[in-house]
Structures are given as C-alpha cells and as structure tokens.
Design a protein around this ligand. Structure first.
Ligand SMILES: *Cc1c(COP(=O)(O)O)cnc(C)c1O
Length: 473
C-alpha cells in the first residue's frame, strides 16, 4: 500500500475519543493524560510508516490502537515506585529496595503515620522530647552498647561520626580497608567531606599493629576500622582486628571507630552462613563507636545506626549535621518494629524476611519450586520448557561477597522465541518480575520468591508468553 494511504488508515483523535473503551478511560483518568496517550500511540504509527516498517506490523498496530492507548494511559497513571517480584535470588538487592519489612509491623507504622504521634514529645513530662529516645533503649538492649542514635543511612552515620570526633584532626585507617561501596561511597572521600584528615597505614594486603602505633601522634583523633563488606583480600594477608586495636586505645587514649557496614545482630554461622562480625562482638571488644546499616543484614528500613560510648553519642546529637541527617517517623516506626523481633532470636529468624530468606532450607525451596513448576506446566502454550535446577543465591547489598547459598531455581527455555523479549515482558507485567537471564534461559530463584507470590509469577509468565505469541518473535 502507498505510504499516503497508510496514513489515512490511522484513526482521527476525535473518532478515538468517541470510542466506548476510550470514554471509559476518560471516566477514570484526566483528559489530558488520555490525550497524550492517544497522540503518542498515533505518532508511533506515523513514525513506523515514515521509516518504512513492514506493512502488516503497521496494520496490526492500527487494529490494536485502542488497546495500546489504554495500556499507555494505565502505565502513565500507575505509581512510579511500585512493588516487584524479586526472582533474582539476591536477598539484599539494593536496586530492588534492599530489605523487605514484615507486614505485621505495618499495622503500627500505619497507625503512627496516619495520625499524630509522640515523635518529639515526652508523654510523661508533657514537654518536648527527642525523636531518638524511642529507639535508644531497644538498640542498646540488642547491642550491649551504652548509647545509640540513628540517621538516614550508614553513609551519613560514618560522615557524622568522623565530623563530630575528628574534624581537622587525623584518623588512621589501614590501606586494606579504603573501600568503595556501590553508589560511590568511598572511605577516603567521606573522610574528606567530614573534615577529618586521612592517615593511611600498612599496605593493601598487610597491616600490622605497629603500623597504627607508628602513626599515632597528638593530632590523632581516632583509629578507624572499616569492615571490608563487599570484597575479601585473600592469600598473603594480615589485618589488625578491632580487638587488637583496643591495646592502642588504652596506651594512647584514642577512640576506636568501626564501620561494620551490614551490622548483623545474630551469629549467622549457626545457620550455615559465613561468620559476619556482630555488633555485639564489636562493643564487647571495646570499640567506642560502631556504625551499621538498617536495611542490609539487619533487615529493617533504610537507616544508619550509631552505637557506642555515651559521651560520643551525646556530642553527635548536638552536631548540626544531625538535623540534616535526621530520620522520619516512618523509619523510626519500622526500625522499632524490626528490632523488637531481635529480642528473641527465634522470632528474628522467623519474622524478619531478610533473615528468614537467608536461612530457608533447601527442602522448603524445592517444595516451592515443584509447586511453581506444576502451575507453569499447566499453561496451555507449547513453545517453552521448564526444569528445576540447583543453583546459588547471593546475600547481596555488599555483604558476605564470597558466600554462595545453595538454592533451587525454576528455569525456563523457549523454542524459536526471543528469550530477551520474554524477560522484557516479565518486567512489563503489572507486578514486574525481575528474573535472571543466563545463557538463553530464564532463572527464577525460589529463595526470594515468597509463597504468596507464586501465583503472581505464574500470571506474569503467562502474560509474557502470550505477548510473545502476539509478537511472532
Ligand atoms: C553499605 C556500607 C556503607 C553504606 O551504607 P548505607 O546504609 O548504604 O549508606 C558504608 N560502609 C560499609 C562498610 C558498607 O558495607
């Protein structure tokens, strides 16, 4: 058909506005939004005609224009930040929101944020209170520290600690611990921002106690230990533990700061994972100030938790930066709910989704995989195959980088269809499904797929397979 004739087949905007489907749409969303969708979809067809795309694809687009307009408008009006299914097996997935909060604590969060609260009000005295007071008792109980406070994230915590303790003075750090965490958190840069002067000691692979000792002078404000959470140096190595640094603290009267990164409160080695130093251990060993994240292995909301000696915590509360880093009531409520589970180890393992997923047994995962496979095999489409395979999940979030946790995956392969397009369609599903593409097959790791998400995964796979069928790809 001539290009000119193809253009005449595109429905007019006014005609589209008179269609029943579109009228229904106008009843549920703003007219301008619908008009934008109509213009975008008709423009898309015009571009395809101009670019001499195959005629039957263009005719198909014209036939489906109403459906495409509705899809386009629905996408426009949907929330931009929304729920997804994490089928990657990376438990603490920074791109997917890190830690999942237990639904049971939402009840209290909901109660607090949809009403007034005692956020900064002392109910006993009837006067202004502190937003940090709600958490201090439970954090000190869980960690054994004297005092505690929280800020927006661990990056802010490290900055605040260094700025309070070491501004215009020196902080000694091992060269093996000058880490970079994703999202450009680099220890030397944070140090510069804080106004502290970095004194590097030792070498990349070896640092000894005498390296620290030789660097101590009257300008030394602190010794800093940074947990190398997202990498390991292997081979001919040695580093000085916080435990050993305590010797110098007593001799020279300089405080020890430790950035633990993940900050676990449970000994995960009991559950078959690699030992990750706990906050309690650092405090017991005599570290003066410990910082860690709220949403990594702790399994709570995004937050930076600072624990340690009262004199330091009190001076941090007075630092003007604290106002800039202060947490919202959402965070406080979510963190209090999460920490309550830690008062009893069994409840922490059962009720905190991050910890539960990391410790779920292979049997349990295999059961979920079998269930998922039986639903999938019932789908009445014949160009795919499914198997259950052994694989490895990861902790993620820059924690336990070497840990490979055995898991079970449902693996899909397609015949004569594009597996890349299939994976794209999974992400376009109303609840997007984020799966792993590896060697032309799609992996769904059951460790991070909750039991009640199995039906969503089935619907998403069905949706993607059907879209693929329509596309003839
Ligand atoms: C993750 C991490 C940080 C940054 O923590 P956020 O909570 O993401 O800001 C800082 N230090 C270490 C060692 C970390 O592992």
């Amino acid at each position: 058909m001539l290009e000119k004739n193809l253009f005449t087949l595109i429905p007019k905007v006014d005609d589209l506005l008179g269609k029943e489907n579109i009228i229904n749409l106008l009843n549920t969303m703003p007219r301008n939004m619908v008009l934008d969708s109509i213009r975008e979809e008709t423009e898309l067809i015009r571009e395809k005609i101009k670019n001499k795309i195959q005629e039957d694809e263009i005719i198909g687009d014209i036939q489906r224009i109403e459906t495409n307009i509705i899809k386009n408008a629905e996408l426009k009006s949907s929330y931009k930040l929304k729920r997804v299914v994490n089928a990657t097996g990376v438990v603490v997935h920074t791109n997917l929101g890190r830690s999942v909060i237990n639904e049971k604590i939402m009840e209290n969060i909901n109660e607090v944020v949809t009403h007034y609260s005692n956020l900064e009000y002392d109910l006993t005295k009837g006067i202004r209170g502190s937003r940090y007071s709600h958490l201090e008792e439970i954090i000190t109980k869980c960690t054994g520290a004297e005092a505690a406070m929280i800020v927006n994230n661990n990056a802010a915590a490290v900055l605040l600690v260094l700025n309070t303790i070491a501004k215009d003075r020196e902080v000694i750090v091992s060269r093996g611990e000058l880490i970079e965490i994703g999202g450009s958190f680099r220890v030397p840069d944070v140090m510069t921002q804080s106004g502290a002067c970095l004194v590097e000691v030792g070498t990349t692979n070896k640092t000894h106690l005498f390296d620290y000792e030789n660097a101590v002078n009257e300008s030394t404000a602190a010794l800093l230990k940074v947990h190398t959470s997202n990498y390991r140096i292997l081979g001919f190595t040695s580093s000085v533990s916080a435990n050993e640094l305590v010797e110098l603290k007593q001799k020279y009267n300089v405080p020890i700061i430790e950035d633990l990164g993940s900050g676990v409160l449970l000994d995960l080695s009991k559950y078959g994972l690699e030992y990750e130093p706990t906050v309690q251990d650092s405090i017991k060993n005599g570290v003066d100030i410990v910082t860690f994240s709220g949403d990594k292995l702790l399994g709570g909301p995004q937050a930076g938790i600072i624990v340690g000696k009262r004199e330091y915590i009190e001076s941090m509360k007075k630092n003007p930066l604290t106002r800039a880093f202060r947490v919202d009531k959402f965070t406080i409520a979510a963190l209090e709910g999460t920490l309550k589970y830690y008062l009893d180890e069994d409840s922490a393992v059962r009720e905190i989704p991050t910890i539960r997923m990391l410790t779920d047994s292979l049997d349990l995962l295999e059961n979920k995989a079998l269930k998922l496979k039986s639903y999938i095999d019932n789908i009445d489409i014949d160009y795919f195959d499914s198997t259950i395979e052994d694989d490895y999940s990861e902790v993620g979030g820059g924690s336990l980088p070497l840990e490979k946790i055995p898991t079970k995956c449902l693996v899909l392969s397609l015949y004569d269809k594009s597996v890349q397009r299939f994976e794209e369609y999974l992400r376009e599903f109303s609840i997007p499904i984020i799966a792993r593409l590896y060697k032309d097959r799609v992996y769904f790791d059951l460790r991070t797929i909750e039991e009640d998400e199995l039906s969503i995964v089935v619907e998403g796979i069905k949706f993607a397979l059907e879209e693929l069928k329509e596309c003839n790809l």
